[in-house]
Ligand binder design. Structure first.
Ligand SMILES: NC(=O)c1ccc[n+]([C@@H]2O[C@H](COP(=O)([O-])OP(=O)(O)OC[C@H]3O[C@@H](n4cnc5c(N)ncnc54)[C@H](O)[C@@H]3O)[C@@H](O)[C@H]2O)c1
Length: 409
């Protein structure tokens, strides 16, 4: 194996991200276990792991990373920070020809850069390898409960970002006795795994969907609706995963009965424009709409949750939506549903989110990255030395800077 020098770049996209691809201890482990690998960290005042923590772990800091062959970041890299002829790994958000990143991809081509996109790294069954969904689910579930507690005045939680890390958050759950709240969760991916983690930590009892629909409980309970329980093909009332993914427009959504028997909705299901929303504005305005708080972790504006009117912030994660006027209100106003909708939830637990990410990077990607000649890496390589690879040839006009009206956001 040839010797390799990895650089961890400082996040520069505004708003500044606090996550990182490898923690100090992960860097130390790599340097101890891979004698041919060196790591250098670009100093950063806003990274969740401080420069001093990298130094304490024996990882050198340097502003200039021009000696590194591979540069690892998280978010898009500003054009003027891209170093020519390097190999970069980060979430580029370019494969759907997103207009906001077109200039960056053009610069990547012009500067002869190799771009490997984390989002395109998949297992052989097509499942994405890297993502931050689990901690989005943890933070979203916590925030959903917190908003319910504040809305009803029944209990209060500390904010997640005021905790050092997940371990500290868990200590705040000791001895918490929640009121008899009914929580409906959707999805089965990483986000939902994070939601279920919080349900488990708080001792909230799982109830199967069919029982949840008809029963009341004197203790807190939740149910989980996976896609197969939420969507049925209109023609024959069946569900097949492949068919649903290929033809979601042929499926009806079966969520409606749950709006009348749930207090909190925690939404973690994948959505796109062809998939029916969970309910309509008309349903929201009805007397029997019982849900008081929606933690929309999936967080598509006007998406699976029609009353998602856009993002709130980590500082103020919730707003209200008046059920009749459909207007944004203060979070807990009478006649409104409380919406918790934040697009960067993992940034509330950046140390854990980074560690989780780095673990998966080490486990599933690192060896392929070092040895080269990897199909998995090839599939995620958008540009090689500034040339679009065959798989991404459809981006040719976009990469040249040609503006098309069909591009998606
Ligand atoms: N608010 C935030 O901070 C935040 C953070 C991370 C993820 N998210 C969002 O949460 C949602 C879920 O993320 P996740 O990490 O759990 O995803 P995941 O990749 O772990 O799971 C997605 C699930 O959707 C299914 N799916 C994939 N493609 C599909 C298709 N074309 N049609 C129907 N179903 C499909 C998969 O089978 C899988 O079960 C996504 O929309 C994601 O963008 C939000």
């Amino acid at each position: 194996m040839a010797s390799l020098h990895i650089g961890l770049i400082r996040e520069e996209k505004i708003p500044l991200d606090n996550r990182v691809a490898f923690t100090p201890l992960q860097c130390q482990w790599i340097m101890n276990n891979y004698p041919d690998v060196q790591i250098t960290v670009q100093p950063s005042p806003h990274r969740c792991y401080k420069d001093a923590e990298y130094l304490a772990a024996g990882i050198p800091l340097a502003e200039d990373l021009s000696h590194c062959n591979i540069l690892l970041g998280i978010k898009e890299v500003p054009v003027d920070k891209l170093i020519p002829h390097k190999t970069y790994l980060f979430f580029s958000h370019t494969k759907k020809l997103q207009p906001q990143n077109q200039a960056m991809l053009k610069a990547i081509v012009d500067k002869g850069i190799t771009l490997i996109d984390y989002e395109c790294l998949v297992h052989t069954d097509g499942q994405r390898i890297l993502g931050f969904g689990f901690f989005a689910g943890v933070v979203g579930a916590h925030n959903g409960l917190l908003e319910y507690g504040r809305r009803t005045g029944l209990f209060d939680f500390k904010r997640v970002h005021e905790c050092h890390d997940f371990q500290e958050l868990i200590t705040h759950y000791f001895g918490v006795k929640l009121p008899p709240v009914k929580i409906v969760t959707t999805g089965s991916g990483r986000v939902t795994a994070g939601i279920l983690e919080v349900m488990g930590l708080l001792g909230i009892k799982y109830i199967p969907p069919e029982e949840f629909l008809i029963n009341s409980y004197e203790y807190p309970v939740y149910t989980q609706l996976k896609a197969g329980e939420l969507y049925l093909r209109r023609s024959d009332k069946t569900y097949s995963r492949e068919d649903f993914h290929a033809h979601p427009e042929l499926y009806d959504c079966k969520f409606l009965p749950y709006v009348t028997c749930s207090d909190i909705l925690m939404n973690g299901i994948y959505w796109d424009k062809k998939i029916e929303p969970l309910f309509t504005w008309e349903d929201l305005a009805k007397e029997n709409f019982r849900i008081k708080v929606i933690a929309d972790i999936t967080d598509d504006q006007n998406g699976s949750i029609p009353c998602n009117l856009g993002d709130a912030t980590i500082e103020n994660p919730a707003y209200g939506v008046n059920r009749s006027t459909r207007k944004r209100t203060a979070p807990y106003e009478d006649g409104s549903v409380t919406m918790m909708a934040v697009g960067n939830l993992p940034n509330e637990l950046p140390r854990d989110a980074s560690q989780f990410f780095g673990d998966h990077l080490m486990k599933y990607i690192f060896d392929d990255l070092l040895k080269g000649n990897s199909e998995m890496i090839d599939k995620a390589t958008i540009t090689l030395g500034g040339q679009l690879t065959k798989r991404y040839a459809y981006m040719e006009e976009y990469a040249r800077g040609v503006v098309k009206e069909t591009a998606v956001k």
